[in-house]
Design a protein around this ligand. Structure first.
Ligand SMILES: NC(=O)c1ccc[n+]([C@@H]2O[C@H](COP(=O)([O-])OP(=O)(O)OC[C@H]3O[C@@H](n4cnc5c(N)ncnc54)[C@H](O)[C@@H]3O)[C@@H](O)[C@H]2O)c1
Length: 319
């Protein structure tokens, strides 16, 4: 039976670099009054809970503790960051078999407790694992989402903002598709406060559009590889992206975010696959899949990205 949900409670499964940075960011956000940390390494979860709770006198009150699956059934959001991370030179898809195995031990534990909230997958490859979480949990498709290209989109806005000397919050641009090597920068809709991006580039003295677009999209795509080569893991940017998604859900803000979500039918011709496309996100998870009018070239790249993910899905054993 579906459990009722405590809107002020969040759980994080996996307390490594990403899980602990997310816990710290969520503690500071004041969005929740209770946070459960779960890890196969119980000491790790206990250590993180203790460490973060020592910041409590400087933040909004929150009960933060190490727990297990019985503790998370009534959470509004369960964030899953458990699993192996990329090593230098590895792609996200290289992690698939290891992390699908880990998800087989985690997701049924959540589902059998009648979890009634939103399942937010962060572990990589995030699109494949969101698909796996959807199938293994039996939860409705709108309540199982992945962080997807919310982080890549933030990187895109940041790099474009730097290039143009403008606040990244005024840059309206998006990465869609796989959170990985086949992701797509949607240049056809990119704008700065309503001004088409190429026009704004020219206002700021940049005229080599093709060259800049290629370089910026490559920089976004390669961000994680660069960070991993330099400091072994990425975690602050993703922690802030997770905070943004949690905010959208618990405050029912309904922003349009490129979260990873189930696609089956619709105007892009995608079926039975999970990847990032813009969606209105609120208290019930995905509230509306926004049909963004991308151009033909972007649509072809999106379909190729979906085909690549479907090839991986076809090889999974989800029984
Ligand atoms: N989606 C994104 O944008 C994004 C960004 C960065 C990292 N990631 C992904 O997040 C995941 C975690 O990365 P990390 O750097 O924190 O790795 P990490 O190795 O530091 O942490 C992984 C944690 O998962 C725990 N764990 C393993 N199996 C478990 C299980 N069955 N149940 C509970 N906990 C378990 C481990 O004990 C460890 O504490 C990786 O898959 C990484 O690729 C995703």
């Amino acid at each position: 039976m579906k459990k009722s949900v405590d809107g002020r409670k969040v759980a994080i499964i996996g307390c490594g670099f990403v899980g602990s940075a997310t816990a710290f960011t969520l503690m500071q956000s004041g969005l929740f009054s209770e946070m459960v940390l779960v890890d196969v390494d119980r000491n790790r979860a206990e250590g993180e809970a203790l460490d973060i709770s020592h910041g409590m006198p400087f933040a909004s009150p929150m009960n933060i503790y190490a727990g297990d699956y019985d503790d998370l059934a009534d959470a509004a959001i369960v964030v899953v960051t458990a699993g192996a991370n990329q090593q230098p030179g590895e792609t996200r898809l290289d992690l698939v078999h290891k992390n699908v195995g880990i998800f087989k031990s985690i997701i049924p534990e959540i589902a059998k407790r009648g979890f009634g909230g939103i399942l937010l997958v962060v572990s990589n490859p995030v699109d494949i694992l969101t698909y796996v979480a959807l199938k293994l949990s039996g939860l409705p498709e709108d309540r199982v989402i992945g962080s997807g290209t919310v982080l890549d989109t933030a990187r895109f806005k940041n790099i474009l903002g730097e290039h143009l000397g403008v606040d990244p919050r005024n840059v309206h641009a998006r990465i869609i598709g796989e959170h990985g090597d086949s992701e797509i920068a949607v240049w056809s809709l990119a704008n700065v406060s309503g001004i088409p991006v190429n026009d704004f580039c020219e206002m700021r003295g940049h005229f080599e559009h093709e060259e800049s677009m290629q370089r910026i999209a490559e920089d976004v795509k390669n961000s994680a590889y660069e960070i991993i080569a330099k400091k072994k893991a990425t975690y602050y940017g993703i922690a802030m992206a997770v905070k943004r998604i949690c905010e959208a859900i618990v405050r029912d803000e309904k922003p349009i975010l490129p979260v990873s979500n189930y696609q089956n039918g619709g105007e892009y011709g995608l079926d039975d696959v999970v990847l990032s496309l813009p969606a209105v996100v609120g208290k019930d998870g995905i509230e509306y899949r926004v049909p963004a009018p991308i151009n033909e070239e972007e649509l072809a790249a999106l379909q190729a990205s979906a085909a690549k993910l479907k090839d991986v899905i076809a090889e999974l054993d989800l029984d």
